[in-house]
Design a protein around this ligand. Structure first.
Ligand code: FBP
Length: 559
């Protein structure tokens, strides 16, 4: 038997909290329907593509005094996309809910992400299996993957696998792209009278799958607290040695929610926010100017050290880069399978790409260091996105700032010392033990997913709201997936996808950074959040993120 760490042993005993409405199990629930919904944009196109699942009402649950019996159901579950703390608890919540409703119910886990349902690779869960994973981080219980479920052949194969196991509902735990898959599969199953429901669960550390009904995706809470701990530690190191500038890139493929939250928790000297860069049309040169200016001013105050937080997706939001990358994504859709390109040398690849890009975009591409040019050509993800985690923006910025400082030195405008360290915090936070918040939230999402299934719903996202209140007061329900969709270009074609939530520049979260960043730049107001605490006072163990608190109109405790 595998040896467990002391924390693992204690966390296995933790009993996650549930909203009051779910505490008596799904057999004592009544469904409350809200009003009909429509997609966030492109209503006519989305309605035409989702003729059978479009326009459904939002739903919530109410407890009834009577308890109904529940028919036997077999359910399949898939973990999809990047890991996020709490995924195991979604499965544990789903399992407990389904077994509580009827002990004859079965839960199957598809292995390795969406490909598991296509290839018929699965496990059946039992108590012993589930119990070993309660309140643990990671997705290793069944693994994850990024296969996109979208073709007729994939749907047919999924149907055959579900039929062979007697599965009448599938739960897909994923981010915006994976829940787009869930919506497509739900629609296809209804259209083909398959009798199989599909329910999504909002996962992603990036925090960009949210809206009025989905307050936050799971994993964001734990991941940002983990990154904030690491930044705090580095800040103390920088403040002790006073010799390095630390450039810290933080995950968040598109939106900067993770960087923003980690910055609010730690108060570094510089925080870049991609959405602001895009809105202000800041060129790469102007970002370098902005950062260099702070570095020079701090140096004049005798501080040749500091902390800069950079969102992972920054490069795509710099207008000239974004336009070049979008052009490049279209070109790469065909070049990736072209053997003469695949086998070409690095320099040949650069020339081929430059010859295919528009002249403006080719100039931008050509101006980049070879390292970044190569990283920009790395494989796209299955959704056609450039994999920004592989682009070392933090190194690009360090290189360009060093050059600028050398120029200033030569002109007698800078006499400091610039020594930089680069860091990328991403994978460090995705599989941490879920915080109490994520442990409770995920368990509730999974438990609630079965409630949606038991009412025969399909094409819904499991929703648990009112999250800044104690778990007792959380509101469980469901949101039609089509409500969150719009049309976007993927792999060079317009496709229906769930709209990503980006940082709102007129919202309270960004405003908190904006109001403080000048002060934080020059005066060191570093905060040291320390490691996530699982046992101890509620004021330390149960607080949610600053983002969620501000977005829900809570007043923050003074810092
Ligand atoms: P999801 O959107 O699937 O949750 O993944 C988000 C993420 O963690 C990003 O922050 C990061 O860019 C990406 O995954 C990295 O993906 P991979 O694990 O494939 O390297």
């Amino acid at each position: 038997m595998t040896k467990l760490s002391p924390l693992q042993i204690e966390r296995l005993k933790y009993q996650p909290k549930l909203p009051k409405s779910l505490q008596n199990g799904v057999n004592s629930l009544e469904l409350v329907e809200g009003s009909a919904t429509q997609s966030v944009r492109d209503q006519e196109q989305i309605k035409a593509l989702f003729a059978n699942t479009y326009g459904k009402p939002t739903v919530t649950f109410k407890t009834t005094s009577s308890s109904s019996s529940s028919e036997v159901r077999n359910v399949g579950v898939i973990l999809s996309g990047g890991q996020a703390p709490g995924g195991h608890n979604v499965i544990a919540g789903l399992y407990d809910s389904l077994k509580n409703a009827n002990p004859a119910n079965k839960l199957y886990g598809f292995l390795g992400g969406p490909s598991g349902i296509i290839e018929g690779k699965y496990v059946e869960f039992d108590d012993e299996f589930i119990n070993a994973y309660r309140n643990t981080g990671g997705f290793d219980i069944i693994g994850s993957g990024r296969t996109k479920l979208e073709t007729e052949e994939q749907f047919q194969k999924s149907l055959a696998v579900c039929k062979s196991l007697g599965i009448s509902a599938v739960v897909i735990i994923g981010g915006d792209d994976s829940n787009t898959n869930a919506a497509l599969l739900a629609e296809w199953f209804v259209k083909n009278n398959a009798g199989i429901q599909v329910i999504g669960c909002p996962k992603t550390i990036d925090g960009d799958l949210k809206n009025e009904q989905i307050e936050i995706s799971f994993g964001f809470d734990t991941a940002t607290k983990t990154y904030a701990e690491l930044i705090g530690n580095i800040q103390r190191d920088a403040n002790s040695a006073k010799k390095y500038w630390h450039f810290i890139k933080i995950m968040g493929r598109s939106a900067s929610h993770v960087a923003l939250e980690a910055a609010l928790q730690t108060q570094p000297n510089i925080t870049l926010i991609s959405e602001e860069v895009e809105a202000k049309k800041m060129s790469l040169a102007s970002i370098i100017d902005y950062m260099t200016d702070i570095i020079v001013k701090r140096s004049e105050n005798g501080k040749n050290f500091g902390i800069a937080v950079i969102p992972e997706g920054l490069i795509e939001f710099i207008p000239e880069m974004g336009s070049m990358i979008s052009n490049l994504n279209d070109i790469m859709a065909s070049l990736e399978t072209d053997s003469s390109f695949v086998n070409a040398s690095a320099n040949e690849k650069f020339s081929i790409v430059e010859s295919k890009l528009s002249s403006e975009n080719a100039k931008v591409y050509a101006s980049l260091p070879a390292l970044i040019k190569t990283q920009l050509l790395a494989d796209r993800d299955p959704h056609g996105n450039v994999q920004v985690s592989k682009i070392e923006t933090e190194k690009l910025l360090i290189e360009m700032i060093s050059e600028r400082l050398s120029q200033l030195k030569a002109e007698g405008k800078y006499s400091g010392k610039f020594s930089a360290q680069s860091h990328f915090f991403g994978y460090e936070g995705r599989c941490a033990f879920p915080s109490n918040f994520d442990a409770d939230y995920c368990y509730s999402l999974g438990y609630n997913a079965f409630a949606l299934i038991s009412f025969g719903l399909t094409g819904y996202l499991s929703s648990v709201r009112n999250l800044t209140q104690p778990a007792d007061e959380w509101i469980a329900g469901g949101i039609p997936l089509t409500m969150m969709m719009n049309m976007e270009k993927r792999h060079g074609e317009m496709k229906p996808v769930i709209q990503k939530a980006l940082v709102k520049l007129d919202g309270p979260v960004f405003k908190r950074l904006q109001d403080n960043r000048q002060d934080w730049a020059m005066n060191d107001r570093y905060l040291f959040p320390g490691a996530i605490q699982y046992f101890g006072p509620s004021s330390v163990c149960d607080i949610t993120t600053i983002t969620l608190q501000l977005e829900r109109g809570k007043t923050l405790a003074a810092v």
